[in-house]
Write a protein that binds this ligand. Structure first.
Ligand code: PGA
Length: 253
């Protein structure tokens, strides 16, 4: 049985105070939600310390949205994996399409970040996904395969065991256009097959999350698919009720 995960990517939203309130609201209502789900919240760096404190000993874990590719030193404005890990953060999102698109992240820079995350005993949530053009021109399989091979295939077997993948079609992020459950399943199965070419049976244990306009009313259908192990949620993770409502999608599975 693979773990079921609902992770919230808050992106550049909320002040620290609002973020703490949001996570408190999640915790307050979590008792009523499905407990077989691992919830992860990924606030901005500025909130991590407080959010870790508030969630300590609860079912909610904390992730960062990125980390620096270098260990330490003269890199103005960067935040290292060691700094993040020292706060008690367990996950780091890497390779989100917004980072690839706006900040020029490539497989080469992501390999370095992966190394940093593992060196500090955290777990990467590695994002892959195609643009609308790539889907429409039939390049989606090659694009996603390359995103996996160039980064994940560089991992050791030991590192591979601590990995979450998120499939986020770029055309579905923040657009309200959600992939159909069948489109999600088709790509998730392809990703798992790609992973199995190198990591063999271990690929069956890797959680693969779907991301892109997941809402409480479409989560259950997508989560019901065999290779979909949860969601990476943007907009809907900013409301405690919606975030938990998405987790309830697993109740219907
Ligand atoms: P969305 O974002 O749920 O707002 O589409 C998902 C993501 O970017 O992780």
């Amino acid at each position: 049985m693979r773990r079921k995960i609902v992770a919230g990517n808050w992106k550049m939203n909320t002040t620290p105070e609002q973020g703490v309130q949001l996570v408190k609201d999640v915790l307050k209502n979590l008792g009523h939600a499905c407990t077989s789900v691992d919830y992860i919240v990924c606030p901005p760096y500025t909130h991590l310390s407080e959010v870790v404190k508030v969630t300590r000993g609860t079912a909610v874990q904390v992730g960062a949205q990125n980390c620096a590719e270098e260990t330490k030193g003269a890199y103005t404005g960067e935040v290292s994996a060691e700094m993040i890990a020292s706060l008690g953060v367990r996950y780091v999102i890497l390779g989100h399409s917004e980072r690839r698109q706006y900040y020029g992240e490539t497989s080469a820079t992501l390999n370095k970040r992966m190394t940093q995350v593992y060196a500090n005993d955290m777990v990467p949530i590695y994002c892959v996904g195609e643009t609308l053009d790539e889907r429409e021109s039939g390049k989606l399989w090659d694009v996603v395969k390359a995103q996996i091979e160039e980064v994940i295939f560089e991992l050791s077997d030991e590192q591979y065991h601590r990995l979450v993948i998120a499939y986020e079609p770029v055309w579905a992020i923040g657009t309200g256009k959600v992939a159909t459950a069948d489109q999600a399943q088709e790509m998730h199965a392809f990703i798992r097959k790609t992973l199995a070419a190198k990591f063999k049976d271990a690929a069956a244990k890797t959680p693969i999350l779907y991301g892109g306009s997941v809402k409480p009313d479409n989560a259950a259908e997508i989560f019901a698919k065999e290779d979909v192990d949860g969601g990476l949620i943007g907009g809907a993770s900013l409301k405690a009720e919606d975030f938990l409502g998405i987790g309830k999608g697993f109740d219907a599975v």
